[in-house]
Design a protein around this ligand. Structure first.
Ligand code: HPA
Ligand code: ZN
Length: 326
């Protein structure tokens, strides 16, 4: 439990954040008006009433539909800047953020609009917000490996600085193994590699992400706890898990925040971090996740400090900036 004192905002790195998941309902309406996109909801309240998800897929359906409002580099820059402004308030000093290029190119938006817009806002973040940043485009695992390779090629050719490659979207039935060649290519190009695994999918997908994709971090990974041998490996290798408590509750991965396995994950020696995933859809940003977690679970001040330190350790920052933040 929290001490009851207002929880201090500890300087942290955010490592699991989908930029498109930061589009607030009001922003979706503003962008729709700017770009003359017709929305199937009358107003913000009608949209917000749909944020009652049964599972990951029911969320993804709305998440992808709302992306129709993003058209130009300016839209992507504004979305990214709004996240950074809010993240600064949450105590985020370094952010490694996801974007889903295929979700935009598939509906006719040029890759350059996406990457130039996001990239310009991220590049300005150190001077504007004191936040260092990195960009991690994600492969949509419910599309083909060939489509993923085309995306990676385009990203590499764009000249926009990219930190790594990720894997997201509908997990069950879309195992990491399908994307082995794509992640091999990313590794050969010097990119870091991360993957969503063990959110709705089984521990076997976490093994695949580690062994076949070379994943250096596992996004979510909460289902790893079902496999003792896997936990032992993650602990031994100090492979970080980017856990998203409010997301897990809203997508019904976990029934109740009070039953969230994060305290158990800490006790078992896993390198866990707290993140907001899709904060506009799941009830809050990094500070909101920490506050809710501490109100519901056994996270004392020392554990909160450990989580903040883990986030910096788990980042892909270079040694100097890492030491500065630790
Ligand atoms: N899981 C998988 N894919 C996603 C998510 C998530 O939580 N958010 C956005 N894309
Ligand atoms: Zn995610």
């Amino acid at each position: 439990m929290s001490t009851g004192v207002v929880d201090a905002v500890l300087p942290s790195a955010e490592l699991h954040l989908h930029l498109e998941g930061t589009l607030e309902p009001s922003t979706i309406f503003e962008l729709a008006e700017r770009n003359r996109v017709r929305l199937p909801y009358a107003d913000v309240d009608e949209l917000a009433a749909r944020y009652d998800f049964a599972d990951l897929q029911s969320f993804l359906d709305l998440y992808y539909a709302n992306m129709a409002t993003l058209r130009t580099a300016q839209d992507f820059a504004d979305m990214t800047d709004a996240y950074l402004a809010r993240a600064a308030v949450a105590g985020v000093v370094h952010a490694e953020v996801f974007v889903d290029p295929q979700a935009h190119t598939a509906r006719g938006v040029a890759l350059e609009e996406v990457l130039d817009g996001v990239g310009s806002a991220l590049a300005a973040a150190p001077s504007v917000y004191g936040i260092t940043t990195g960009l991690i485009p994600c492969v949509l695992r419910d599309r083909s490996a060939a489509d993923a390779m085309t995306m990676l090629d385009g990203v590499l050719r764009s000249g926009v600085p990219v930190l790594g490659l990720g894997l997201d979207s509908a997990e069950v039935g879309n195992p990491p193994s399908v994307f082995r060649d794509v992640f091999d290519r990313a590794g050969a190009e010097g990119l870091h590699r991360v993957a969503h695994a063990g959110e709705e999918g089984p521990p076997a997908y976490v093994w695949e992400a580690l062994d076949l994709l070379g994943a250096e971090r596992i996004d979510h990974g909460v289902r790893s706890l079902e496999d003792d041998e896997l936990v032992a490996r993650l602990v031994r290798q100090r492979t970080p898990l980017t856990v998203c408590p409010l997301s897990n509750v809203r997508l019904r991965v976990i029934d109740d925040l009070a039953d969230h396995p994060l305290p158990e994950m800490i006790r078992r020696g896993l390198v866990v971090t707290v993140n907001s995933d899709d904060p506009a859809y799941f009830g809050g940003y990094l500070d909101d996740n920490m506050t809710a977690l501490r109100a519901a679970c056994d996270i004392d001040d020392a554990a909160a400090e450990l989580l903040a330190r883990n986030s910096v350790e788990a980042s892909f920052l270079d040694g100097d900036r890492k030491r500065e933040l630790l």
